[in-house]
Design a protein around this ligand. Structure first.
Ligand SMILES: C[S@@+](CC[C@H](N)C(=O)[O-])C[C@H]1O[C@@H](n2cnc3c(N)ncnc32)[C@H](O)[C@@H]1O
Length: 272
Protein backbone atom coordinates (compact mmCIF):
# COMPACT_ATOMS: atom_id res chain seq x y z
CA UNK A 1 0.00 0.00 0.00
CA UNK A 2 1.26 3.52 -0.78
CA UNK A 3 1.74 5.06 2.65
CA UNK A 4 1.29 8.70 3.48
CA UNK A 5 4.86 8.62 4.86
CA UNK A 6 6.16 8.26 1.27
CA UNK A 7 4.30 11.36 0.13
CA UNK A 8 5.02 13.17 3.44
CA UNK A 9 8.70 12.59 2.70
CA UNK A 10 8.38 14.17 -0.73
CA UNK A 11 5.84 16.87 0.21
CA UNK A 12 6.94 17.86 3.72
CA UNK A 13 4.86 20.22 5.86
CA UNK A 14 6.48 23.65 5.69
CA UNK A 15 9.04 22.34 3.17
CA UNK A 16 10.35 24.08 0.06
CA UNK A 17 9.02 21.40 -2.29
CA UNK A 18 5.44 21.73 -1.08
CA UNK A 19 5.60 25.53 -1.02
CA UNK A 20 6.98 25.68 -4.58
CA UNK A 21 4.67 23.06 -6.14
CA UNK A 22 2.44 25.59 -7.91
CA UNK A 23 5.46 27.50 -9.28
CA UNK A 24 6.80 24.30 -10.84
CA UNK A 25 3.39 23.24 -12.09
CA UNK A 26 3.01 26.66 -13.78
CA UNK A 27 6.42 26.29 -15.45
CA UNK A 28 5.42 22.82 -16.63
CA UNK A 29 2.19 24.24 -18.12
CA UNK A 30 4.22 26.79 -20.08
CA UNK A 31 6.86 24.37 -21.37
CA UNK A 32 4.68 21.32 -21.97
CA UNK A 33 0.93 20.94 -22.36
CA UNK A 34 -1.48 22.64 -20.00
CA UNK A 35 -3.76 20.01 -18.40
CA UNK A 36 -6.22 22.55 -16.96
CA UNK A 37 -8.32 23.25 -20.12
CA UNK A 38 -8.68 19.49 -20.70
CA UNK A 39 -10.04 18.88 -17.19
CA UNK A 40 -12.30 21.94 -17.14
CA UNK A 41 -13.66 21.00 -20.61
CA UNK A 42 -14.39 17.40 -19.68
CA UNK A 43 -16.04 18.57 -16.44
CA UNK A 44 -18.36 20.89 -18.35
CA UNK A 45 -19.14 18.23 -21.00
CA UNK A 46 -19.77 15.38 -18.53
CA UNK A 47 -21.22 17.20 -15.56
CA UNK A 48 -22.07 20.68 -16.88
CA UNK A 49 -25.09 22.16 -15.20
CA UNK A 50 -26.62 18.81 -14.16
CA UNK A 51 -25.78 19.48 -10.52
CA UNK A 52 -23.60 16.36 -10.36
CA UNK A 53 -20.19 16.65 -8.74
CA UNK A 54 -16.55 16.10 -9.71
CA UNK A 55 -14.02 14.30 -7.50
CA UNK A 56 -10.28 14.88 -7.98
CA UNK A 57 -8.05 12.10 -6.60
CA UNK A 58 -4.52 13.30 -5.73
CA UNK A 59 -5.70 16.92 -5.80
CA UNK A 60 -2.45 18.32 -4.35
CA UNK A 61 -2.57 22.10 -3.87
CA UNK A 62 -6.01 22.20 -5.51
CA UNK A 63 -5.14 24.12 -8.69
CA UNK A 64 -7.19 21.84 -11.00
CA UNK A 65 -10.20 21.49 -8.69
CA UNK A 66 -10.19 25.27 -8.25
CA UNK A 67 -10.19 25.82 -12.03
CA UNK A 68 -13.19 23.47 -12.36
CA UNK A 69 -15.00 25.16 -9.46
CA UNK A 70 -14.50 28.52 -11.20
CA UNK A 71 -16.74 27.27 -14.05
CA UNK A 72 -19.57 26.83 -11.53
CA UNK A 73 -19.25 23.04 -11.15
CA UNK A 74 -19.17 21.48 -7.68
CA UNK A 75 -15.89 19.72 -7.04
CA UNK A 76 -14.21 17.95 -4.14
CA UNK A 77 -10.53 17.06 -3.80
CA UNK A 78 -8.84 14.15 -2.03
CA UNK A 79 -5.16 13.76 -1.21
CA UNK A 80 -3.01 11.63 1.08
CA UNK A 81 -0.60 14.49 1.83
CA UNK A 82 -1.63 16.76 4.69
CA UNK A 83 0.99 19.30 3.55
CA UNK A 84 -0.48 19.57 0.04
CA UNK A 85 -4.01 19.76 1.46
CA UNK A 86 -2.92 22.54 3.78
CA UNK A 87 -2.00 24.57 0.67
CA UNK A 88 -5.33 23.69 -0.97
CA UNK A 89 -7.35 24.66 2.13
CA UNK A 90 -5.46 27.90 2.51
CA UNK A 91 -5.77 28.90 -1.19
CA UNK A 92 -9.33 27.67 -1.77
CA UNK A 93 -11.10 27.58 1.63
CA UNK A 94 -14.58 27.32 0.09
CA UNK A 95 -13.97 23.94 -1.58
CA UNK A 96 -14.28 20.53 0.08
CA UNK A 97 -10.99 18.73 0.71
CA UNK A 98 -10.62 15.15 1.98
CA UNK A 99 -7.51 13.71 3.62
CA UNK A 100 -7.45 10.08 2.42
CA UNK A 101 -5.55 7.50 0.43
CA UNK A 102 -6.99 7.07 -3.08
CA UNK A 103 -6.40 3.29 -2.80
CA UNK A 104 -8.60 2.94 0.25
CA UNK A 105 -11.37 5.49 0.82
CA UNK A 106 -15.14 5.66 0.97
CA UNK A 107 -16.86 9.03 0.82
CA UNK A 108 -20.30 7.39 0.91
CA UNK A 109 -21.56 9.08 -2.26
CA UNK A 110 -21.03 9.07 -6.01
CA UNK A 111 -19.84 11.59 -8.57
CA UNK A 112 -20.45 12.26 -12.27
CA UNK A 113 -16.72 12.57 -13.01
CA UNK A 114 -13.59 11.35 -11.22
CA UNK A 115 -10.25 12.77 -12.35
CA UNK A 116 -6.65 11.86 -11.49
CA UNK A 117 -4.65 14.64 -13.16
CA UNK A 118 -0.94 15.24 -13.57
CA UNK A 119 0.35 11.70 -13.02
CA UNK A 120 -1.29 11.24 -9.61
CA UNK A 121 -1.77 7.51 -10.26
CA UNK A 122 1.99 7.17 -10.86
CA UNK A 123 2.64 8.35 -7.30
CA UNK A 124 0.91 5.15 -6.20
CA UNK A 125 4.00 2.99 -6.49
CA UNK A 126 2.57 -0.52 -6.31
CA UNK A 127 0.68 -2.19 -9.17
CA UNK A 128 -1.97 -3.69 -6.85
CA UNK A 129 -2.56 -0.30 -5.25
CA UNK A 130 -2.98 1.34 -8.64
CA UNK A 131 -5.72 -1.24 -9.33
CA UNK A 132 -7.29 -0.47 -5.94
CA UNK A 133 -7.31 3.24 -6.72
CA UNK A 134 -9.12 2.59 -10.02
CA UNK A 135 -11.62 0.33 -8.25
CA UNK A 136 -12.26 3.06 -5.64
CA UNK A 137 -12.73 5.57 -8.46
CA UNK A 138 -15.22 3.19 -10.13
CA UNK A 139 -17.15 2.73 -6.87
CA UNK A 140 -17.41 6.52 -6.46
CA UNK A 141 -18.84 7.03 -9.97
CA UNK A 142 -22.55 7.13 -10.67
CA UNK A 143 -23.66 4.62 -13.35
CA UNK A 144 -22.64 6.17 -16.69
CA UNK A 145 -20.07 8.39 -14.93
CA UNK A 146 -16.64 9.13 -16.43
CA UNK A 147 -13.05 8.80 -15.26
CA UNK A 148 -10.26 10.93 -16.81
CA UNK A 149 -6.58 10.77 -15.96
CA UNK A 150 -3.14 11.39 -17.40
CA UNK A 151 0.24 9.69 -17.00
CA UNK A 152 3.67 9.92 -18.59
CA UNK A 153 4.17 7.17 -21.17
CA UNK A 154 7.52 5.54 -20.28
CA UNK A 155 10.45 6.18 -22.60
CA UNK A 156 12.17 2.82 -22.19
CA UNK A 157 15.66 4.38 -22.55
CA UNK A 158 15.07 6.04 -19.18
CA UNK A 159 13.77 2.91 -17.43
CA UNK A 160 17.06 1.03 -17.28
CA UNK A 161 18.57 0.01 -13.92
CA UNK A 162 21.56 2.32 -14.32
CA UNK A 163 19.08 5.19 -14.51
CA UNK A 164 19.40 8.62 -16.01
CA UNK A 165 22.16 10.52 -14.21
CA UNK A 166 21.38 13.79 -16.02
CA UNK A 167 21.21 16.77 -13.67
CA UNK A 168 18.43 19.20 -14.63
CA UNK A 169 18.45 22.63 -13.02
CA UNK A 170 15.21 24.57 -13.36
CA UNK A 171 15.31 28.36 -13.79
CA UNK A 172 15.58 30.24 -10.49
CA UNK A 173 12.15 30.91 -8.97
CA UNK A 174 11.10 33.78 -6.72
CA UNK A 175 10.58 32.51 -3.14
CA UNK A 176 6.91 31.55 -2.62
CA UNK A 177 5.04 33.93 -0.31
CA UNK A 178 5.64 33.37 3.38
CA UNK A 179 8.58 30.98 2.86
CA UNK A 180 12.20 32.01 3.49
CA UNK A 181 13.47 35.56 3.07
CA UNK A 182 11.63 37.87 0.67
CA UNK A 183 14.97 38.65 -1.04
CA UNK A 184 15.80 34.97 -1.60
CA UNK A 185 15.30 32.90 -4.71
CA UNK A 186 14.62 29.19 -5.05
CA UNK A 187 16.85 26.78 -6.95
CA UNK A 188 15.35 23.39 -7.85
CA UNK A 189 17.54 20.65 -9.31
CA UNK A 190 16.70 17.11 -10.41
CA UNK A 191 19.88 15.37 -9.27
CA UNK A 192 19.49 11.75 -10.39
CA UNK A 193 17.03 8.95 -11.01
CA UNK A 194 17.14 5.25 -10.12
CA UNK A 195 15.00 2.64 -11.88
CA UNK A 196 13.77 -0.82 -10.98
CA UNK A 197 12.47 -2.43 -14.18
CA UNK A 198 11.11 -5.38 -12.15
CA UNK A 199 8.55 -3.28 -10.25
CA UNK A 200 8.46 -0.41 -12.80
CA UNK A 201 9.28 1.95 -9.96
CA UNK A 202 11.62 4.87 -10.27
CA UNK A 203 12.95 7.30 -7.73
CA UNK A 204 13.96 10.85 -8.50
CA UNK A 205 16.31 12.79 -6.26
CA UNK A 206 15.35 16.48 -6.05
CA UNK A 207 17.23 19.30 -4.31
CA UNK A 208 15.53 22.52 -3.16
CA UNK A 209 17.77 25.43 -2.16
CA UNK A 210 16.97 28.86 -0.83
CA UNK A 211 19.56 31.20 -2.36
CA UNK A 212 20.14 34.48 -0.53
CA UNK A 213 20.57 37.89 -2.21
CA UNK A 214 24.37 37.48 -2.15
CA UNK A 215 24.23 33.97 -3.66
CA UNK A 216 24.77 32.03 -0.44
CA UNK A 217 22.73 28.88 0.25
CA UNK A 218 20.49 29.61 3.25
CA UNK A 219 18.54 26.35 3.29
CA UNK A 220 18.88 23.06 1.41
CA UNK A 221 16.30 20.26 1.37
CA UNK A 222 16.63 16.95 -0.48
CA UNK A 223 13.65 14.78 -1.37
CA UNK A 224 13.12 11.50 -3.19
CA UNK A 225 10.09 11.28 -5.44
CA UNK A 226 8.82 7.69 -5.81
CA UNK A 227 6.80 6.90 -8.94
CA UNK A 228 5.70 3.91 -10.99
CA UNK A 229 5.64 3.63 -14.77
CA UNK A 230 2.46 2.22 -16.29
CA UNK A 231 2.60 0.88 -19.84
CA UNK A 232 -0.32 1.65 -22.17
CA UNK A 233 -1.43 -1.96 -22.51
CA UNK A 234 -1.25 -2.38 -18.73
CA UNK A 235 -3.30 0.77 -18.13
CA UNK A 236 -6.01 -0.42 -20.53
CA UNK A 237 -6.13 -3.82 -18.79
CA UNK A 238 -6.29 -2.21 -15.35
CA UNK A 239 -9.23 -0.05 -16.48
CA UNK A 240 -11.00 -3.07 -18.01
CA UNK A 241 -10.41 -5.23 -14.92
CA UNK A 242 -11.77 -2.43 -12.73
CA UNK A 243 -15.04 -2.54 -14.71
CA UNK A 244 -14.62 0.46 -17.01
CA UNK A 245 -15.98 0.52 -20.58
CA UNK A 246 -15.76 2.94 -23.56
CA UNK A 247 -12.05 3.34 -22.89
CA UNK A 248 -10.35 6.07 -24.96
CA UNK A 249 -6.63 6.63 -25.11
CA UNK A 250 -4.70 9.67 -26.39
CA UNK A 251 -1.14 10.99 -26.34
CA UNK A 252 -2.00 14.54 -25.37
CA UNK A 253 -4.84 16.74 -24.13
CA UNK A 254 -5.93 17.60 -27.69
CA UNK A 255 -7.03 14.04 -28.46
CA UNK A 256 -4.08 12.94 -30.65
CA UNK A 257 -3.81 9.17 -31.20
CA UNK A 258 -1.56 7.21 -28.80
CA UNK A 259 2.17 7.65 -29.44
CA UNK A 260 5.12 6.08 -27.65
CA UNK A 261 6.99 8.07 -24.96
CA UNK A 262 4.58 11.00 -24.83
CA UNK A 263 1.69 11.43 -22.43
CA UNK A 264 -1.06 8.94 -21.77
CA UNK A 265 -4.44 10.62 -21.50
CA UNK A 266 -7.32 8.26 -20.70
CA UNK A 267 -11.07 8.55 -20.41
CA UNK A 268 -13.46 5.69 -19.62
CA UNK A 269 -16.95 5.14 -18.28
CA UNK A 270 -18.70 3.18 -15.59
CA UNK A 271 -21.43 1.26 -17.47
CA UNK A 272 -24.98 2.68 -17.22
C1 LIG B 1 1.82 15.39 -9.10
S1 LIG B 1 0.72 15.80 -7.81
C2 LIG B 1 -0.73 16.28 -8.72
C3 LIG B 1 -1.57 17.25 -7.94
C4 LIG B 1 -2.75 17.84 -8.69
N1 LIG B 1 -3.61 16.82 -9.24
C5 LIG B 1 -2.26 18.76 -9.80
O1 LIG B 1 -2.53 18.48 -10.96
O2 LIG B 1 -1.60 19.74 -9.50
C6 LIG B 1 0.24 14.20 -7.20
C7 LIG B 1 -0.57 14.27 -5.92
O3 LIG B 1 -1.02 12.94 -5.64
C8 LIG B 1 -0.99 12.78 -4.22
N2 LIG B 1 -0.96 11.36 -3.91
C9 LIG B 1 0.06 10.49 -4.07
N3 LIG B 1 -0.31 9.27 -3.64
C10 LIG B 1 -1.60 9.36 -3.22
C11 LIG B 1 -2.51 8.45 -2.66
N4 LIG B 1 -2.19 7.17 -2.46
N5 LIG B 1 -3.75 8.90 -2.34
C12 LIG B 1 -4.10 10.19 -2.52
N6 LIG B 1 -3.24 11.12 -3.03
C13 LIG B 1 -2.01 10.70 -3.39
C14 LIG B 1 0.26 13.52 -3.78
O4 LIG B 1 0.22 13.83 -2.40
C15 LIG B 1 0.21 14.74 -4.70
O5 LIG B 1 -0.47 15.80 -4.10
Amino acid sequence: MTHSSETDEFYPLGGLNTASYDLRADLDRKIFEDPIPFYTDIASRVVGSTGRRVLELGCGTGRISAAIAKTGISVEGLDVSEAMLEQARCKYPDLTWHHANMCDFDLGRQFGLVIIPFRGLQEVTDAKDQRRALERAFAHLEPGGTIALDLIDPDLRYCLPEGDPEVVELPLFPMPDGVGKATSRLRITAMERTNDPLTQQFNEHWRFEEIGADGDIIRCEDAWHHLRWVHRSEMRLMLELSGFVSISEFSDFKGTAPRYATNQVWTAKRPD
